[in-house]
Design a protein around this ligand. Structure first.
Ligand SMILES: NCC(=O)N[C@@H](CCC(N)=O)C(=O)O
Length: 623
């Protein structure tokens, strides 16, 4: 059944239990730390919003670039198992560095509650983040591919289920940590003085990373560990370089054409390697349009959260903060993945439709585009209902015996600033020397008020009558629940696109390049994030709804291109192709030994024909 020494439970190798638990803990660690990172920059390191945002996105982008490094190390040097162990240690050290960097007491020699040497905290946290990006990115392509490796050749169904469960664990970990770490951060802790407890908010993810590592090591005896097969990336680059050079040297018409430009490497390179490179190039070519999906998907954390700040988060007993709306995504993932796997896909199959991976991914893209149309409609609703400036208070009342102050009620979640939460009855204390009095009022989410305090105010008495509140900006009236449809569509799209793509990247990769192709898949996420920055910077569309429509249209256009490319894609079984190649190569070697005088040029031609035959035989199914 499975390939390792693992026991088999209900048709699944027991070893994958350790892999999915490891993933759960690792994702808890990653998303938990990420959830409070911007607030740490802003309120602990005292950075402004722009610097905090830029460093945050640079960190996320780095997390999706380092998978290439991890994959190269795994596939060509250490193997996936050792790579996961070593990089998990690097990762855990990074998380611990973050936790330590957030202990204000370390440099708070005057014990006033603020660090005295910010440089120490900044340097330590940057080193921590670099190690985390190296660790999380490095192990990411290896863990998924290592899980896939545990299944035997005839366990396609189980392997597909594994990738779904794997995705559930990612989102289970992310959901829990996104709820828990902000709560931990809001606690107060410290030795000399009590401050917001970022060290605890980073410390718990660090502990979870150690748990992830321990769980992974416990499963050690059960795993199937494929041996690394030399510096495959270097071989691939050399082989491609040689094919291009050789093709250029033989550009004259007198040389017969070859079926594929990579066949020009045949004079020097193993036919198996050439076939494997062809497989990888085919999939990488198909990846070209994919970043556009991530461009839309990753705006949940930016544009959609900003949109939520202009909405009403009052759900009766529960007041939802704008950034908490993001938890709708993992909640929906946990609901939709089982529904899709056990109901929708089998139903589609029963109807006789062949809903292939590439068709699923195409539908996933369309759903993401629909999500952005929903976001645009919500935005129009917000724009219509919004925020007219009712008064320009300073001009109305200057010099009339009033002093005034302005208060904006922001929909920020648990920020460290003095935030008055939606529908809270806020109480202000007005002081003059030792005298004071209190003023209370109710606020609406997103509203802005100017308070006029009469200069004849008598302290000691109730100051309620001496303060006049004027509403400058109306409270948000469009409810955050209206974001649920866009979250639903983007998450349904994610299930079809991302879960399927993860498995597709594994199943279509040659045995020695599984992690490399996973890294290629993750690289599309990094590119997608860069596109957000570029489009947001260059397009500068004044209306937010129009920007949403632009992104939706771009994705639909890209989706059409992808569906055409997918139509011409032929699914392969890399294991079968590799086995056939190895067999043929052995037969040829035997042949050559028995016929030593055969002309070399004839041999190249014959092998080339066989090579195409094997490849063609094994690539029959279309989109
Ligand atoms: N719902 C978020 C999620 O599942 N994220 C996954 C996949 C991210 C990606 N872009 O590939 C994760 O591994 O964090």
């Amino acid at each position: 059944m499975g390939k390792g020494k693992s026991k088999v439970v209900c048709g699944y190798p027991l070893s994958i239990f350790f892999i999915v638990v490891n993933e759960f803990c690792e994702r808890f660690s990653y998303y938990g730390m990420r959830a409070v990172l911007v607030l740490y920059f802003k309120y602990f390191l005292r950075w402004d919003d722009d610097l905090a945002t830029s460093i945050y996105h640079t960190f996320v982008a780095l997390c999706y670039l380092t998978p290439i490094l991890g994959a190269i190390v795994a596939d060509s040097w250490l193997g996936k198992f050792k790579t996961i162990i070593y990089l998990s240690i690097v990762y855990a050290v990074g998380q611990v560095a973050m936790a330590v960097s957030a202990i204000h007491d370390i440099t708070d020699s005057d014990r006033d509650g603020t660090p005295d040497s910010m440089t120490f905290h900044i340097v330590l946290s940057m080193v921590g983040l670099f190690l985390i990006a190296l660790g999380t990115g490095g192990i990411k392509p290896c863990v998924a591919a290592f899980g896939g490796d545990q299944f035997g050749e005839h366990q396609d169904r189980q392997r597909r289920t594994f990738f779904s469960v794997f995705y559930l664990c990612i989102n289970g970990g992310s959901l829990l940590s996104t709820i828990i770490t902000p709560v931990l951060r809001a606690q107060e802790c410290g030795i000399y003085s009590k401050q917001k407890c970022y060290s605890l908010a980073f410390g718990v993810p660090a502990a979870l990373m150690v748990v992830a590592l321990v769980v992974f090591i416990i499963g050690s005896g059960m795993y199937y560990k494929a041996e690394p097969q030399g510096n495959i990336m270097l071989d691939v680059c050399k082989c491609i370089g040689f094919a291009i050079k050789n093709r250029y040297r033989h550009r004259s018409k007198q040389y017969p054409k070859r079926q594929h430009w990579m066949d020009w490497a045949e004079e020097k390179y193993d036919k198996l390697l050439i076939a494997q490179i062809k497989m990888v190039l085919k999939v990488l070519f198909l990846y070209i349009p994919l970043p556009m999906f991530w461009t839309l998907f990753d705006q949940k954390g930016s544009r959609w959260t900003l949109q939520a700040t202009t909405m009403d988060g009052n759900f009766g007993a529960l007041v939802i903060q704008p950034d908490q709306m993001q938890t709708v995504n993992p909640i929906l993932i946990l609901t939709l993945v089982p529904i899709m796997d056990s109901l929708i896909y089998p139903l589609i199959k029963k109807c006789g439709l062949n809903f292939t991976p590439l068709k699923r991914m195409t539908v996933g893209m369309l759903l993401a585009a629909i999500a952005f149309v929903c976001a645009a409609l919500v935005q129009i609703q917000i724009d219509v209902s919004t925020k007219q400036l009712l008064h320009s208070s300073p001009y109305i009342l200057s010099g009339q015996g009033f002093i005034y102050f302005k208060l904006t009620i922001k929909g920020k979640a648990n920020s460290d600033s003095t935030t008055v939460h939606n529908t809270d009855k806020a109480t202000f204390t007005l002081r003059s020397g030792s005298q004071s009095c209190e003023y209370s009022t109710n606020f609406g989410f997103g509203s802005s008020y100017t308070f006029f305090i009469h200069s004849t105010l008598v302290f000691g008495s109730n100051c309620q009558d001496s303060v006049t509140a004027v509403e400058d900006i109306k409270p948000n009236s469009v409810h955050m629940a209206l974001q649920i449809p866009q979250y639903f569509f983007i998450t349904a799209g994610e299930v079809m696109f991302s879960v399927t793509g993860l498995e597709f990247s594994y199943s279509q990769a040659p045995s020695n390049m599984k992690a490399v192709l996973q890294a290629g898949w993750l690289f599309t996420v990094a590119i997608g994030n860069f596109i957000v920055l570029i489009v947001a910077e260059l397009a500068k569309i004044p209306k937010q709804w129009a920007e949403y429509v632009l992104f939706a249209s771009l994705l639909v256009a890209v989706c059409v291109i992808f569906s055409i490319m997918a139509y011409f894609y032929t699914y392969i079984d890399p294991t079968e192709i590799e086995a056939q190649f190895k067999k043929k190569i052995n037969e040829d070697d035997e042949d050559d030994k028995s016929k030593p005088g055969k002309a070399e040029v004839e041999m190249v031609k014959r092998d080339s024909i066989k090579c195409h035959d094997e490849y063609d035989k094994a690539t029959q199914t279309k989109m």
